[in-house]
Write a protein of this length. Structure first.
Lengths: 168, 391
């Protein structure tokens, strides 16, 4: 299901993949991230470095989808742009328990303690990968993360990234 | 030196330098995939004293799984070896790295994070001197008269994917684009002012299809086997480790593609009249650069270097830029710029005497005299070589 997107955001790219295909091979995360990043970054100020940075962020999102281990349904990945911002819309099926975990993490980010939480997570062997990924996106990429919609077991993340200003 | 290579990344520990290095793409599914590499780090840490360097300059990607695993080993080390300082070095080129690795110093005062953003090579401050920028355009204008004819003999044709490495102010990339209509052209340099100049010129000319990028030529972010034709002009000669750079040029070139390099032999710069004074000065130029670990005598070594790097079908030729290539004043302007940097900056930095510098400058003045003399001749020789990456 498509999220109601701000009209200012121009659609750039859409990728759809069966979850069974994604979770069949870990390297799909790396390859999808690299491919999408290269396509999206070609007209940025420094396309190569922008693609490297975007790929780093996207890979985390693909890996998070992979960690669900859901083998039914479809992953939908869309990229939009508004000026310096790339908006990532990522929808994939997941359990209610998984969705609750995401909600808790996003709330923690909103609470304004993302950095402290992130430092705790990266030093805690028992912390879930999803915690490190979402907190890492907020802390290291200044990502604005929203859990936008729920529909028949699917979860949709909307992640805004303004990466050009992170390129020194 | 202990080395481990796991397909997309390499780990090594250099006991002499007390340095653990990672390079490449680290995106493991589980920590277990890194077990041997982390053991290499752990064992290395046990053997060192004082400072242990963790070199991450050449890590192109690292996912959270790898980062957390590395963090754990480093933190364990700060607890088991409180006497030890851990210095983590990341590259300024890889934007995510500085933002990710900075957290390590938040976790322990014994971990220091350094961002490596300068001194990619010893003579960088001289070569990237901004006063050089106007003269670089003139240099390229004069060499292009020759290279436009030479390049097709080295395999350049229309429609190729081209990378111009160490592109400087980007003027060569502009000329390649105009005359050889590449399908894609990427231009990389490590001088931000030069790149900004390049982008400004491209914008002024309404050119939007050259991808200018900031990068370290000895570890580029490009994937392997990407380009049909890779150029690297007048740059191997100013790196202290040209073999490392050449390996990278080889890596990014497609099998069957070609790498094209140009280098000088400064002691062969010549002029008439006043040949003797000119020759003395340029012999001294070569020694001056050698003092700063640069080899401006590299030109004729190009063939051997390409063969040693694994290229085949190596082609080589030389050409002489002279005062007869267009306006002799252009040639004179180039020599004036050389004199300003070589005599007034490099020789001064080396600590040369006033008498030496005066004689040194005289040779440049005589070269200019020869260039502008109505019956004079002044030359600057350049060697162009290329090799094919085997299929």
């Amino acid at each position: 299901m498509r999220v109601q997107v701000d009209a200012a955001f121009e659609p750039l790219l859409e990728l759809e993949m069966e979850m069974a295909t994604l979770v069949a091979d870990w390297s799909n995360c790396d390859q999808c991230a690299a491919y999408v990043a290269r396509m999206v970054s070609h007209d940025r100020h420094d396309p190569i470095r922008h693609a490297n940075l975007l790929s780093a962020a996207l890979n985390e999102l693909f890996e998070m989808s992979f960690h669900t281990r859901e083998s039914t349904g479809t992953l939908t990945f869309r990229v939009y742009r508004n000026g310096s911002i790339e908006r990532i819309e990522l929808a994939f099926p997941c359990s209610a328990e998984q969705r609750n975990l995401y909600e808790t993490i996003v709330q923690r980010i909103r609470s304004g303690h993302a950095l402290a939480n992130y430092l705790d997570v990266i030093t805690d062997d028992t912390a879930r990968a999803e915690q490190a990924i979402l907190l890492g996106l907020a802390v290291n990429y200044d990502a604005n993360i929203e859990l936008s919609i729920r529909d028949k077991g699917a979860t949709t993340f909307v992640v805004d990234l303004a990466l050009e200003r992170l390129l020194n | 030196m202990n080395n481990r290579s796991s397909g997309r990344f390499t780990a090594q520990f250099d006991a002499n330098n007390q340095e653990f290095s990672l390079s490449g793409v680290l995106r493991p599914h589980s920590v277990a995939e890194l077990a041997d590499d982390l053991a290499l780090l752990r064992n290395g840490i046990e053997t060192v004293n004082g400072v242990c360097y963790v070199n991450l300059k050449r890590v192109i990607h690292m996912n959270n799984t790898a980062f957390r695993a590395l963090t754990r080993v480093l933190l364990d080390a700060t607890r088991s070896r409180p006497d030890l300082k851990l210095t983590v070095v990341a590259s300024s080129v890889v934007a995510w790295a500085s933002r990710l690795f900075r957290h390590l110093s938040d976790l322990s005062p014994n971990i220091i994070v350094e961002i490596y953003d300068s001194a990619f090579y010893p003579g960088q401050t001289f070569v990237e001197n901004q006063s050089f920028i106007p003269i670089l355009r003139t240099q390229t204008k004069m060499t292009w008269r020759h290279e436009r004819e030479i390049l097709p003999r080295h395999g350049l044709r229309e429609g190729l994917h081209i990378a111009d490495i160490c592109c400087g102010i980007g003027d060569f990339a502009m000329l390649l684009r105009k005359d050889f209509k590449p399908a894609r052209i990427v231009a990389l340099d490590h001088s931000i002012p030069s790149l900004e100049y390049a982008r400004k010129v491209a914008e002024d000319f309404n050119v939007h299809d050259i991808e200018y990028t900031y990068g370290d030529a000895s570890q580029m972010l490009f994937e392997s086997d990407q380009f049909d034709f890779v150029t690297c002009r007048h740059s191997l000669q100013i790196f202290d480790r040209p073999d490392v750079l050449l390996r990278e040029l080889y890596r990014i070139c497609k099998p069957g593609g070609r790498v094209y390099i140009t280098n000088e032999k400064n002691s062969h710069c010549l002029g008439e009249p006043r040949a003797e004074s000119i020759q003395w000065t340029y012999n001294e130029v070569a020694k001056l650069f050698a003092h700063f670990d640069m080899d401006v005598e590299m030109g004729p070594k190009g063939r051997r270097m390409l063969l040693d790097a694994g290229f085949k079908d190596v082609r080589m030729e030389s050409f002489m830029v002279t005062n007869l290539d267009g306006d002799p004043q252009d040639f004179a302007d180039i020599i004036t710029a050389w004199q300003n940097v070589y005599a007034d900056e490099m020789a001064v930095r080396r600590g040369d005497s006033a008498a030496f510098i005066e004689r040194f400058k005289q040779g440049f003045a005589d070269h200019i005299f020869a260039a502008l003399h109505p019956r004079g001749y002044a030359g600057w020789p350049i060697w162009a070589s290329s090799g094919q990456k085997p299929l």
